[in-house]
Design a binder for this molecule. Structure first.
Ligand code: PLP
Length: 420
């Protein structure tokens, strides 16, 4: 469900023709629909209204300040994975008491910043991290609230690069070793055990792995409670998938009802860390066709967006629908849609059936709101593209297109090279 729709053959975002935005900001650009973002967040949040819960938006999916601010106004907390994300979250006005800090490699300066801002909890991923956090907290005279990220060894049946809850993954503490880690945590003087956490992976299209994980976590919580530990929060992580092509992920209501069946009367505040499911289909990447060419084997459509702007196809082999902004009846071709970057991995689609493109026309790369801009780089010295939010009939540039000055910011040439 989203608000990118054709009206009389022309693709709109809410009430604005996409063509008009391209005229104003140039191409390529990311485009987000305010109404879709609000809807997705609310649907997800309301699905859990029967139990005490907190939705901590996983901001690595899309960390633009305007988008964070929008979720903050809807009552969201934030799931952060770095000091930079803490900085962004606070800048967007997030309540520190709604921030959870995940990640296998937190540095001491990042721990310090998070402790000083008074975040809700650290999701700790190793015994060494417990020790380090204890030291940092002791130095500051603050007690650090912690959950342990448990690795339940469950196959999330998603792309190997985005599964995180199996033994071979670097994430969390093996569920069999978790009780020992909890004992350690409760003995360390500057830590306070408050919860339990897991995260299975991303783009899950089935509820079973979630339910299975929840069962394992509940059993562990019961053991921990018997040992006198207080578990107030159960964090189920993120990972609910979306439709890119023909996937049929569970609706948030279905996901929630399965989770609620397990969690009711368990006396925990449920924490959820959705990313993709909130922003994925609320954003698109708009690009312009530059050239077409063909050889005996293949046709290529060369567009002005590239793997540095949207890396998912190159990185995970991901599918993104590609739609013409101007829809009409014309011949279709099968082609690779590629960018200008000097890498054969630079493609947005392979062997894709699309309307025969006209040079200069606009294409919309759909479902690009999550892990799109946030994974973009400056490779090939390409300035990062603009980000635009449409709200009804208003166009808001929420991130300027970078310029060449931005590309060299912070670089310097040592004196010995200036006068060799
Ligand atoms: C990436 C991540 C999420 C969000 O995953 P989505 O698939 O975008 O919902 C949540 N929690 C943690 C710990 C993550 O690393």
């Amino acid at each position: 469900m989203h608000y990118f729709e054709y009206k009389k053959g022309e693709l709109y975002c809410e009430r604005v023709p996409i063509r008009r935005i391209a005229q104003e900001v140039g191409t390529p650009f990311y485009l987000y629909s305010y109404r879709t973002l609000v809807r997705h967040f609310k649907v997800f949040d309301e699905a859990f209204e029967k139990v005490p819960h907190l939705v901590c938006y996983s901001m690595k999916a899309n960390s633009n300040l305007a988008i964070l601010r929008l979720f903050v106004t809807l009552g969201a907390g934030m799931d952060i994975v770095s000091g930079g994300e803490l900085y962004r979250a606070l800048k967007a006005g997030a309540d520190p008491q709604k921030i959870v800090f995940s990640g296998v490699g937190k540095r001491t300066d990042e721990m310090e910043d998070a402790l000083k801002s008074g975040i809700l909890m650290f999701n700790v991923e190793s015994s060494m991290e417990l020790q380090t956090l204890n030291e940092v907290a002791g130095r500051l005279g603050i007690k650090a609230p912690i959950s342990i990220r448990v690795n339940p060894d469950i196959d999330a049946k998603t792309h190997p690069y985005i599964t995180t809850g199996m033994k071979q993954n670097k994430f969390g503490i093996d569920i069999l070793r978790a009780p020992k880690a909890y004992r350690l945590a409760s003995e360390l003087p500057n830590l306070e055990v408050v919860g339990i956490d897991c995260h299975l992976g991303s783009q899950l299209v089935d509820v079973e792995p979630f339910v299975e994980a929840l069962k394992k976590l509940k059993a562990l919580v019961e053991d921990l409670r018997k040992e006198g530990m207080e578990i107030h929060y159960l964090d189920l992580g993120g990972g609910l998938g979306i439709t890119y092509n023909d996937e049929e992920p569970p609706h948030p209501y279905e996901y929630a009802s399965n989770v609620l069946d397990e969690i009711q009367r368990f006396n925990c505040t449920l924490i959820l860390e959705p990313g993709r499911v909130i922003v994925g289909n609320a954003g698109i990447l708009v690009t312009q066709v530059l050239y077409t060419k063909e050889n005996e084997e293949k046709r290529f459509v060369i567009v002005d967006a590239a793997m540095n702007d949207l890396v998912r196809p190159s990185y995970y082999g991901s599918f993104h629908q590609i739609l013409p902004v101007q829809m009409d009846t014309r011949e279709e071709i099968v082609a690779d849609v590629v960018g200008p970057i000097c890498e054969s991995a630079d493609f947005l689609a392979k062997g894709r059936k699309i309307p025969k493109p006209n040079p200069g026309e606009l294409f919309a790369v759909m479902s690009a709101g999550a892990y799109g801009f946030s994974m973009s780089t400056n490779y090939n010295s390409r300035p990062r593209v603009a980000e635009v939010m449409v709200r009804d009939d208003e166009i808001h540039v929420i991130r300027q297109r970078e310029d060449y000055e931005d590309l060299v910011r912070g670089e310097s040439i040592p004196d010995f090279l200036i006068h060799p």
